[in-house]
Design a protein around this ligand. Structure first.
Ligand code: 3DU
Length: 209
């Protein structure tokens, strides 16, 4: 789940209610800025945390960001790839490989700059020893293309629900996990919303066999 709320109490309440149906909680800048970085530690006591800081700086700064995130309890981080292989390597080293690299972004503007470079970025993620990549559920055929490049790396896929993508399509085209934000945290019953998406996933995996 992408937990893009800004209040600590609301964030913890949603995680407590829905965590049985989640593999991990992805935390982005809105929650860090609203609740403070210790929220990483608090949530990591309930569910694995992926820090989606879209890290995009020179190697030394990337290393410092990753060390802080991992030190607070993150299980993995998300970095941009366009900054180049040395910057990505700094993230891989500082997290001991627990990095997901953004390839092509899911929103319409993602076609402008990220799509033309996505395949090279995916190849670099594999070469540099990343754990996986982030690829768009809004364009599932692009997930299939990325899968050809990254082999057995994990593919996590945002864009399901509020951005129009479907969980079952993303999985069918090769994603390992889907990332869902607003469709869960804006629901009047986040637990039920998470459960129903988890059911869609297990049904679609069942029909893949
Ligand atoms: O659209 P949602 O509310 O389900 O949230 C999607 C999350 O995934 C959100 O945190 C956003 O920052 C992140 N994300 C994308 O949506 C698209 C990307 O290409 C990469 C990350």
């Amino acid at each position: 789940m992408a937990l893009d709320v800004v209040q600590r109490s609301k964030a913890l309440d949603i995680v407590e209610k829905s965590r049985d149906h989640l593999d991990a909680v992805k935390i982005n800048w809105p929650l860090i800025l609203g609740a403070g970085p210790r929220i990483i530690t608090e949530i990591s006591g309930l569910c694995p945390v992926i820090c989606d800081f879209k890290i995009a700086d020179i190697p030394n700064t990337n290393r410092l960001i990753v060390e802080q995130a991992m030190g607070l309890g993150a299980s993995a981080v998300i970095a941009h790839g366009f900054t180049g292989s040395d910057s990505l390597k700094a993230c891989v080293d500082a997290s001991r490989g627990r990095v997901f690299v953004v390839t092509e972004m899911s929103h319409p503007g993602g076609k402008e700059f990220t799509q033309p470079n996505a395949e090279r970025i995916a190849a670099m993620a594999k070469e540099q020893g990343a754990m996986g990549i982030v690829a768009p559920a809004t364009r599932p055929e692009r997930i299939a293309k990325m899968r050809e490049i990254v082999g057995d790396l994990k593919i996590i896929s945002p864009g399901v629900g509020a951005q129009g993508g479907k969980a079952s399509d993303a999985l069918r085209y090769g994603a390992d996990y889907i990332i869902v934000g607003r469709s869960i945290y804006e629901s009047s019953d986040p637990r039920k919303a998470a459960e129903s998406i988890a059911r869609e996933i297990s049904d679609s995996l069942g029909s893949r066999k």
